[in-house]
Design a protein around this ligand. Structure first.
Ligand code: AP5
Length: 237
């Protein structure tokens, strides 16, 4: 526990597409002041800015394939250096996603965040629920915002993002075909990563989110996975 009353933890949110990792991560930013890096958001930002890196990875993302490990490289560790200097809890949303990424991360993360503990939260949900959610997901098109909405959100009705006022659109990789393809690939990299964690004796904490509302998922996350009574002085209740 940090002297100011919050824990120095790096949470890795791992789980199938559409399991709500980004939604919980954003609630932790808004409600608890966490620092979050979503590799998916970062990659989409590069694509929309038309950077060389964005051009390199665009086709993988559009068709729902993982970006190869050699392209992911140090991008997360570079970000971590700054984030860890804040002393706040950190969420890596969707990273590491392969044993190669995990191995690379573990080799050096202590150089960037020496006093942080690493924990994996493994989201569990059925394919049926994922398909329902992703084919009904709406996102803000502003590359610096990328807010995510369920279909029943008032912002979706207005077609305008609550946070920045930009247009709300669908993600290209949320078509039924691409979602099914993303789900087909998931077990392969999930098994690879989970066996790596097993081999290295890292405890993976399962988080069953099937059928739970967004509010209940966030409540369970705070109650079941955060250490201590408060995070940065904010009570969990
Ligand atoms: P990324 O953007 O990370 O996609 P993903 O992992 O497939 O996850 P999603 O963003 O689709 O879903 P989520 O779990 O965050 O769910 P969300 O909260 O939005 O990555 C995109 C692509 O980038 C990948 O396919 C890959 O190509 C590449 N990539 C990224 N990281 C990589 C890496 N490390 N290595 C290699 N390649 C990488 O929720 C979904 C919907 O459900 C929303 O509408 C939300 O409002 C709603 N919802 C959320 N919770 C609930 C709930 N409890 N009840 C009802 N609805 C809910």
């Amino acid at each position: 526990m940090h002297q100011d009353g919050y824990s120095k933890i790096i949470f890795s949110f791992f789980g199938p597409p559409g399991s709500g990792k980004g939604t919980v991560a954003e609630m932790c930013v808004q409600g608890l002041g966490f620092k979050v890096l979503s590799t998916g958001n970062l990659f989409r930002k590069h694509i929309s800015l038309g950077t060389d890196f964005g051009k390199l990875i665009k086709d993988y993302i559009d068709i729902g394939k993982l970006v190869p490990d050699e392209f992911v490289g140090n991008i997360v560790l570079d970000w971590l250096k700054d984030a860890a200097s804040s002393g706040m809890p950190i969420i890596l949303d969707g990273y590491p996603r392969t044993s190669g990424q995990a191995e690379h991360f573990f080799k050096t993360f202590k150089d960037f965040a020496p006093d942080y503990e690493f924990r994996v939260i493994y989201f569990i949900i059925s394919d049926e629920e994922v398909i329902k959610r992703l084919t009904n997901r709406f996102v803000c098109q502003n590359k610096n915002c990328q807010a995510v909405y369920p279909p029943f959100a008032p912002a979706v009705k207005k077609g305008i993002c609550d946070l920045c006022g930009e247009k709300i659109v669908r993600r290209k990789d949320d078509s039924v075909e691409v979602v099914k393809d993303r789900l087909r690939q998931y077990p392969r990299y999930k098994d690879d990563l989970l066996s790596y964690y097993k081999k290295t004796d890292l405890l993976v904490e399962s988080f069953d989110v099937e059928g739970k509302s967004i509010e209940n998922v966030f409540k369970s996350f705070k109650e079941d996975y955060l250490n201590g009574d408060s995070i940065n002085g904010i009570d969990k209740e």
